[in-house]
Design a protein around this ligand. Sequence first.
Ligand code: HEM
Length: 344
Amino acid sequence: MRPSFFHHLHPPTIPARQARLRYTLAAGGLAIFLSLILLVTGLLEMFYYIPTPEKASASIQTLTFLVPYGGLVRNLHYWSAQFLVIVTLVHLLRVILTGAYAPPRRLNYLLGMGLLVLAILLDFTGYVLRWDEGIRWALVTGTNLVKSIPLIGNAFYRLLVGGAQPGPATFIRFYGWHIFGLTLAAGILVAWHIFRVRRDGGIAVPPPPLREDQRRITRFELVRREVLAMLLSATALLLLSSFVPAPLAAPITASATASQAARAPWFFLWIQQMLKLGNPFFWGVVVPLAVLVLLSLIPYIFPKPAKPELGRWFPKSNRLAQVVALLILLSMLALTLLALRTTS
Ligand code: HEM
């Protein structure tokens, strides 16, 4: 039989362990599903969204309140984007806490880190496209952080914002990045990432002679589980999007200047909280970049997880990586909660 494209994605049988929900948490698959929902709902939103600073916010109101099912489409887009960031973080944590980044999966780990950064940038640029009072922190404080970088800060700021301060040029740049640049890059990286999962031998489990559990499941069983997971998550997402609307504030009226009440989007609240400690370059640029670099280097600088320990949670052989990752994520969570308390 000539192998089809589907055959490449799903071989006739796979080790049962590779498809165990309590091992993978289905987080990678869910991230793909959410990305597809984002693509479809984003394309639908483009029929009504008017990409100019004067009309953007009003066009979102039209879409939400006047277009049949427009509000639902917008809410689905919004909630899928938030969950994509959460699910990607959960997936990252499961990869670290199971030691699944060990060779030959180091390259795929880096591709995954690229995807995490893209998911956050897509969420950030999409949030700015609301162009309402709620986005002031992102527009003013967020972009100003770039200026604090020594030597190249001002040039980089002009490149990002399109002028000496945020305005129509900023808007069109963020729009271009959101609907084209970042989306295209994410599409390419997702395809590469999935290709690498197959190339690296599927989900990490011990090699056959070291495997305690020799059971295998068929591709039909795998597809059945995937469809079930998609139906359940689609139902949850539809329910949430039907009852909890995406945020929308009044259109930006005065020129965009910093405001006391401005709050960062939730995934940058930990940075907003750190900025209270002083030097914006150190706390707003150096520390977040150091966190990103440290997480990316985990497969390269920490002891390699042992092969017989693959396919299970908390292997003894990679304890150090587990502790470092948990400390980083717990600190980010604590800073986020602190920021929520002080800015609410
Ligand atoms: C939009 C973001 C992402 C998507 C769509 C995605 C998708 C997937 C899928 C479908 C799998 C196979 C199933 C599974 O393990 O759950 C997978 C595995 C993997 N992913 Fe991701 N991923 C993303 C982000 C990340 C991140 C942030 C990392 C870590 C830096 C990462 C590293 C890996 C690794 C190393 C594997 C192989 C795991 C193993 O063999 O056990 N991915 N990814």
